[in-house]
Design a protein around this ligand. Structure first.
Ligand SMILES: Cc1cc2nc3c(=O)[nH]c(=O)nc-3n(C[C@H](O)[C@H](O)[C@H](O)COP(=O)(O)OP(=O)(O)OC[C@H]3O[C@@H](n4cnc5c(N)ncnc54)[C@H](O)[C@@H]3O)c2cc1C
Ligand code: SF4
Length: 288
């Protein structure tokens, strides 16, 4: 099993922009890349997670200005169906070169749409840059609210950042307080659909990134295909990112591989379990 997917190179990296780093989740790779690509005309807009109606509820938006991209920084640990505005990005916003960020399942949906463009004629050929983010699991809005308010005892209005790392769910407030709870308390809130997911590091993206493997404030980045490599090399040459060989940072790819293996092995077992779920019948397996 290929736990990390195909890639041309892997590095530890972070944005060289202090403004981007101020509110980004990790090394600001996604935001800096979209800002650079927009300025260079590589994309003419990007589908990102904007602000929804409720606090900490993301909403997919088609960002066509640097301000919109900047204001969508940071991870919201609840579902944001970014693919839902793909058609709109081309048909309503008139984009010819679309950037999109997504979790591994969203990048899978994107590639499936490109291969089988049912209802998406003249849309999928407009994808210019697919940025994938690592993902162990996700939560519904209601679950995220319960984790933050009931378990971490933090009001959503005073929440500055949430993070999952080092076996814990972290909630940081605007006034500097930090709450953390062990991940074993959050398991029951996970989306059941995530338990059959076999991709941790967005194997099908042009470039994928996450925090695991690199020190705080830095990101682990996989440059996966020719398109990703072309754009990444230009951005690095333009001074958008600071990079280090992944072999020179701790814990490096060893931890990424360990977590990817754990996720995929656990979820493969769940698929096997679902195959014999009923009496003489099982639940559908989407992979066969
Ligand atoms: C549900 C979820 C689970 C994750 N699990 C892991 C993990 O197990 N290990 C790991 O290393 N990294 C994980 N990540 C990725 C990590 O939290 C960062 O998103 C990633 O490192 C990018 O950081 P950055 O500083 O480059 O991004 P930024 O520059 O801060 O940009 C983040 C981008 O992600 C978009 N975004 C925010 N929330 C969502 C969402 N819910 N759905 C889709 N897009 C969104 C934003 O609009 C923005 O464009 C997870 C992310 C999500 C959304
Ligand atoms: S665990 Fe898989 S299915 Fe769930 S949000 Fe992450 S990528 Fe999607």
């Amino acid at each position: 099993m290929d736990y990390l997917g195909k890639y041309k190179s892997a590095v530890a990296a972070r944005s060289t922009s202090a403004e981007v780093l101020r509110c980004s989740q990790d090394g600001g790779i996604v935001t800096s890349m979209f800002l650079y690509a927009l300025e260079e005309g590589i994309i003419d807009g990007a589908i990102v997670a904007g602000q929804g109606e409720k606090p900490w509820q993301p909403k997919p938006i088609v960002a066509t200005t640097p301000e919109e991209i900047l204001s969508s920084r940071g991870t919201r640990y609840n579902v944001c169906p970014n693919m839902s505005v793909l058609k709109e990005s081309v048909r309503k916003y008139g984009l010819d070169k679309v950037g999109i960020v997504g979790t591994p399942c969203q990048i899978q949906a994107l590639r499936k749409a490109q291969l089988y463009p049912v209802g998406l004629r003249d849309v999928c050929d407009k994808i210019a840059l697919a940025m994938g983010i690592f993902c162990m699991e996700n939560f519904s809005y209601q679950s995220m609210t319960q984790i933050v308010q009931d378990h971490c005892n933090v009001d959503l209005h005073s929440l500055k950042k949430t993070d999952i790392g080092k076996g814990k769910y972290w909630a940081y407030t605007n006034r500097g307080a930090v709450s953390q709870i062990p991940l074993k308390l959050t398991h029951k809130y996970e989306q059941p659909g995530c338990h059959v997911c076999l991709d941790y590091v967005a194997n099908l993206a042009d470039i994928s990134t996450g925090s695991v493997g690199s020190p705080d404030g830095w990101s682990t980045v996989f440059i996966r295909n020719n398109n990703g490599e072309n754009i990444w090399n230009k951005a690095v040459a333009a001074g958008i990112f600071e990079t280090k060989p992944i072999e020179s940072v701790k814990p490096g790819l060893e931890l990424v591989t360990k977590l990817a293996t754990e996720k995929i092995t656990k979820n493969q077992k769940e698929l096997e379990h679902r195959a014999t779920f009923g009496v003489n019948k099982g639940l559908r397996n989407p992979y066969i």
